[in-house]
Design a protein around this ligand. Structure first.
Ligand code: NAD
Length: 284
């Protein structure tokens, strides 16, 4: 049975085939060519099978989002399949899953390499999306340091004094800084490499979304998360499908005037922190 006879389809490349990423792809990729990249062969097999059985045209590739060469090969593979119209990066590790160094390498430097590599292959009119986090709003970085970071080449990011002295101190700080850096990476690409290709790139900063990654966080810091959820306007956690809905907007026709920006989708957590209604840091 041939489900789809179309050739030269728009390519949707997903780096990090986890919960949010696959929900986004499912939402936007009917009739398109999907390329899934992940470090886990097992996850790729399971997710790839699931997509195929649901009528999607999908290929998979083992990619290590810590390795520049591996990411570049992934971008090249995507380009070999047709016009790359969509790139989504959700490869990441959270504070309770990894060391500060791993988070800096994956969530910050790896994301930078991915933005750089897809900045070489995006098709005109294409759109990219990085999944950042509400954590990006939790540790304001001084303006002069942000300016320095936004103008630092990806391979040199780790050598910046602020990254060495602050981000490398603990996994929580590393995560907050890496996720804020994702906003800056999208801004820089939107203004330079991606602009030249007439492609857009944005970030979404999700709040607490129930996925396996979030379960690892709940196990380690359940009380903190519970307090955060209780203090939020939404009074609940979010779902990957809700993020996929916002992603479909940012990647789609109605967002053609939006690039280099972030959309915070957090149920009101950051509003309660910024207004002092919820104290993120205990003062004792
Ligand atoms: N779940 C939440 O509450 C939440 C909130 C805010 C932001 N985020 C961010 O959203 C993104 C997606 O998270 P999720 O909740 O869907 O998690 P998830 O664990 O379901 O997905 C992450 C995927 O990244 C893959 N990955 C990890 N290391 C990799 C590597 N070196 N190379 C390639 N792939 C690798 C994992 O195998 C996994 O499939 C992450 O960047 C996370 O930091 C999550």
């Amino acid at each position: 049975m041939i489900f789809d006879r179309n050739e030269q389809k728009a390519v949707v490349a997903l780096l990090g085939a986890g919960s949010m990423g696959t929900a986004i792809v499912r939402r936007i990729a009917a009739g398109k060519k999907i390329l899934l990249g992940d470090i886990s062969e097992k996850a790729l097999e399971r997710v790839g099978d699931d997509f195929r059985r649901s009528g999607y045209d999908v290929e998979t590739m083992v990619v290590d989002a810590l390795q520049k060469d591996s990411i570049e090969a992934f971008a090249q593979r995507a380009a070999s399949l047709g016009p790359v119209m969509y790139f989504i990066d959700t490869a990441g590790a959270s504070p309770n899953q990894a060391s500060p160094e791993h988070i800096v390498n994956l969530d910050m430097v790896g994301t930078g390499y991915a933005v750089d590599a897809f900045g070489e292959v995006m098709a005109q009119g294409g759109a990219g999306l990085i999944i950042s986090s509400q954590a990006a709003y939790m540790y304001p970085i001084p303006n002069d340091i942000e300016l320095q970071l936004v103008n630092t080449a990806t391979e040199d990011l780790k050598d910046v004094k602020f990254i060495q002295e602050v981000a490398m101190k603990d996994s929580g700080l590393a995560y907050m800084i890496a996720k804020r850096m994702n906003h800056l990476q999208a801004q820089r690409a939107a203004a330079t490499t991606w602009r030249k290709r007439r492609a857009r790139i944005n970030t979404i900063s999700p709040g607490v979304i129930v996925t396996p990654l979030a379960y690892d966080e709940f196990r380690a810091s359940g009380a903190g998360y519970q307090a955060m959820i209780d203090a939020s306007a939404a009074q609940r956690t979010g779902t990957s499908d809700e993020i996929a809905e916002v992603a479909a907007f940012l990647l789609g026709e109605h967002a053609k005037f939006i690039t280099g920006t972030d959309l915070l989708v957090d149920g009101g957590v950051i509003a309660s922190i910024r207004t002092g209604e919820f104290k993120l840091w205990r003062e004792d």
